[in-house]
Design a protein around this ligand. Structure first.
Ligand SMILES: [Zn+2]
Length: 358
């Protein structure tokens, strides 16, 4: 399949104008200027001078939940305890389909709403195992200091909430230090802590939230390869009263990624375009920084950048055609392709549909 007449092709971090993209067996086979494009066939796609960019990578979600924006965190944990594995899997699939229709082609899913090992195991079993879905085991708060958390479930990543409502740096340091699985950490969510220092000490892949990160945290991150994952929808929807210091992080050379933090508690949204709009408006990120944060940098935050997040030969043909000729207008997304196949844009609501989210 050939996509031709691309006005701006964001291969990331580079941009080509008047370009083509050729797909074979679900992967990108060639990229080049229109002057060197192969002969056009009937089934090929005319991009009509519009923008083509990588599909969004949502690198921080809590999709393994049982719905309901009302109630407390405990209510949501109880809902995960009582739902069947099959119903939870159907709900997750429904959410993934909705997100795909918005342009998100790779999703990281954490097991967040669980207070027992049994519930964590159920969540892990319900998360689909396929390319484009990355599993992170989030520690059940009550059991984190128990070494059994260092686990037999074999997730891609382990994560924990290092915050006032979660676990302290001192509680987390021994188990995290002993861990072989790559670590991600929720840090500086509702107050400042030394979570960034801990994350760097255990060579964490990413630190997430950072609402209360200070200048020293920013300096530490700027000297590391750890990705800063920022979640402005959570800050906005939960009325946190502040956003993460994106501008200072970027100006210090920190690699910044964006994600929805999709969950029914403090970030009820599945929309990367919404997150990107907030990043530009509230965190003063440029359009290009925002696009990189939602794609190539987000792929780095889940160690999938060899496969997705940018458009180079050999990578998965996960891409979007925007209804725009200038990327600085950001989405709307017009067409979504995953592994070279066009995804349906219409979303059929059903009983598990995320109707209350946007
Ligand atoms: Zn989270």
């Amino acid at each position: 399949m050939l996509v031709y007449n691309i006005g701006q092709l964001l291969v990331l971090p580079d941009l080509h104008e008047q370009a083509f993209l050729r797909v074979e067996n679900g992967r990108i086979a060639a990229i080049g200027p229109m002057s060197q494009a192969p002969a056009i066939q009937d089934h090929d796609i005319d991009a009509s001078g519009q923008v083509v960019m990588p599909g969004f990578v949502d690198c921080h979600t809590h999709l393994a939940h049982a719905g309901r924006m009302d109630g407390t965190f405990t209510d949501r944990c109880n809902a995960v305890e009582s739902i069947s594995e099959a119903d939870l899997r159907n709900a997750i699939e429904s959410r993934l389909a909705f997100m795909e229709s918005l342009g998100t082609t790779t999703v990281e899913i954490k097991t967040g709403y669980a207070t027992s090992q049994a519930a964590v195991q159920k969540c892990l079993a319900a998360i689909p195992s396929r390319p484009g879905v990355i599993t992170t085991e989030m520690s059940p708060l009550a059991e984190t200091t128990n070494p059994s958390w260092l686990l037999h479930n074999n997730p891609r990543f382990l994560d924990a909430l290092c915050d006032l409502e979660g676990l302290s740096v001192d509680q987390l340091r021994p188990p995290l230090t002993a861990m072989k699985t790559p670590v991600k950490l929720h840090v500086c969510v509702s107050a400042h802590s030394n979570g960034v220092q801990l994350a760097l000490d255990v060579n964490a892949v990413s630190v997430e939230h950072l609402l209360h990160a200070n200048q020293r945290d920013i300096e530490l991150l700027s000297r590391s390869n750890t990705i800063a994952v920022l979640l402005p929808a959570m800050a906005f929807l939960s009325k946190a009263g502040r956003f993460a210091p994106a501008r200072a992080l970027l100006d210090s050379g920190v690699t910044v990624a964006l994600a929805t933090d999709a969950n029914p508690g403090d970030s009820p949204t599945y929309s990367m375009p919404f997150v990107m709009q907030l990043a530009m408006r509230e965190m003063k990120m440029t359009a290009f920084e925002t696009i990189c944060a939602a794609t190539v940098n987000a792929a780095k935050a889940i160690q999938e950048d060899h496969r997705v997040g940018s458009l180079t030969v050999g990578k998965d043909a996960d891409f979007l055609i925007l209804a725009s000729k200038d990327y600085r207008e950001l989405p709307p997304v017009e067409r979504v392709f995953k592994s070279g196949q066009e995804c349906p844009r219409t979303y059929a609501a059903d009983a598990s549909a995320p109707a209350s989210f946007f």
